[in-house]
Design a protein around this ligand. Structure first.
Ligand code: MG
Length: 232
């Protein structure tokens, strides 16, 4: 059940800029080493608990990503320990790293943190839990995201610049990964805006076959409330 993923999750760690063509589409620099940011667990949106809410004044982008649900405590992992890295994963989820792009762009320009741009409620829709055996090689799965009937993202996880052992090694030399933590592995090219009234669908395939528990289907609506984007 995805609800146990949220209940057991104490942090969500996300890698930025981990697919070359996505780096190019946002005119970002290719990192020499992985870099990370956190999303709050309160942003997790469970299957069937939509809609995603677009805050006022926000240009909201989708980023489909493979998520790792950690099963072990990992500290100071050796980046060459590929078996140790994969053994530390309990299961997978498909996730959409929703991003308030205009908020994030301002933060980048001004050297401010990304917490607001990445951290709104509902900004992390996830699928049901995907058993580890369903994805024999996490670097050989195919991610898809569509808005309405238009396919917007479709790429293999084989395109990750930094692979999972390196990602877990670099995170775990800074902060301990604990059972239940979620790690998002980055998004391929094709990110873009999604607006209120649109429906997003995301899916993951292995060997050309869709994994049904890895589906996400969620509507987008405008958010009520006090937040409105204003220049900082
Ligand atoms: Mg992302």
């Amino acid at each position: 059940m995805a609800s146990t993923i949220k209940a057991n999750c104490r942090k969500v760690m996300c890698i930025g800029r981990n697919y070359a063509e996505h780096i190019a589409e946002l005119n970002n620099a290719r990192p020499k080493q992985p870099f990370f940011f956190l999303k709050p667990t309160s942003s997790i949106l469970l299957p069937g608990q939509g809609p995603i809410l677009r805050p006022k004044g926000v240009i909201m982008h989708y980023e489909v990503e493979l998520g790792l649900v950690m099963g072990k405590t990992v500290r100071d992992l050796d980046p060459e320990d590929h078996k140790g890295a994969l053994d530390a994963i309990d299961s997978y989820v498909l996730a959409i790293d929703m991003t308030a792009r205009n908020v994030q762009d301002e933060a980048k320009r001004k050297g401010l943190p990304w917490a607001i741009g990445k951290g709104f409620d509902t900004f992390l829709p996830i699928s049901e839990r995907i058993a580890k055996s369903r994805i024999p090689d996490p670097h050989d799965a195919f991610l898809k995201l569509s808005i309405g009937d238009k396919l917007r993202q479709a790429d293999s996880t084989g395109l990750m610049l930094f692979r999972i052992p390196r990602i877990l090694a670099d995170i775990s030399r800074v902060m301990t990964l604990e059972p239940g933590d979620l790690v998002l592995t980055g998004t391929p090219k094709g990110v873009g805006e999604v607006k209120a009234g649109e429906v997003m669908k995301a899916s993951i395939e292995v060997d050309g076959k869709e994994i049904k528990e890895g589906r996400i289907e969620v509507e987008v609506k405008d958010r009520e409330g006090r937040y409105e984007f204003k220049e900082t």
